[in-house]
Write a protein that binds this ligand. Structure first.
Ligand SMILES: C[S@@+](CC[C@H](N)C(=O)[O-])C[C@H]1O[C@@H](n2cnc3c(N)ncnc32)[C@H](O)[C@@H]1O
Length: 176
């Protein structure tokens, strides 16, 4: 299956899970493709963070190109260094799409992600499965049960696995 198909399934899933006009934190936002979708189609307010300055620059340039109904801004920040005070208000959702396997100190990142969520907020972690071969993106894979365990240890509740398409799943968990 091609990456473009996976991306289509991910967007459809985010549409269901996130809905309109929500405040979203995108951890490991990369060049802002997901954030662009969230502001264009769902009119969300997105803050993205990523440690790669080049990607952050490309993301912010992308958001400037056209007027959008939503709003997004991305900043250079390592996920493990997040602070509640760095953000103006709590988020309705934290998303980590195809970035979880890159993160250092995942337990710390998840605890911080929980701390920046509103009381009814949720985390959405999307990753490829083993069946979507590592040669496709040269990245290691995480088993869904391992992600659930790490999220549970960080205090997330009502964890569920959602199969988005062949080779792509998401773990959703709630702050409360
Ligand atoms: C495969 S890209 C995914 C980008 C985007 N989320 C998407 O779905 O297209 C992974 C991103 O995670 C970022 N990243 C890796 N470790 C990170 C960390 N500790 N803190 C913040 N971002 C990180 C990388 O710089 C990269 O942009």
């Amino acid at each position: 299956m091609q990456l473009s198909v996976q991306i289509k399934h991910l967007k459809r899933f985010l549409k269901q899970e996130v809905s309109h006009s929500k405040r979203i934190l995108d951890i490991g936002c990369g060049d802002g493709s997901t954030a662009l979708y969230l502001i264009s189609s769902l009119h969300c307010a997105v803050q993205g963070i990523d440690l790669d300055a080049g990607r952050i620059h490309r993301a912010n340039e992308k958001f400037k190109r056209k007027a959008r109904r939503g709003f997004a801004v991305c900043s250079i920040l390592e996920a493990q260094d997040m602070r509640r005070t760095f953000f103006e208000k709590p988020f309705n959702a934290v998303i980590i799409t195809h970035s979880f396997h890159h993160l250092a100190n995942i337990g710390k990142v998840l605890r911080k992600a929980k701390s920046v969520l509103a009381n009814d907020g949720k985390i959405i972690i999307a990753e490829y499965t083993n069946s979507f071969g590592e040669t496709m993106d040269d990245c290691p894979r995480f088993a869904a049960r391992k992600i659930k365990l790490l999220a549970r240890n960080a205090g997330f509740k009502k964890l569920k696995k959602c199969n988005l398409s062949h080779g792509l799943f998401a773990i959703v968990g709630y702050k409360n």
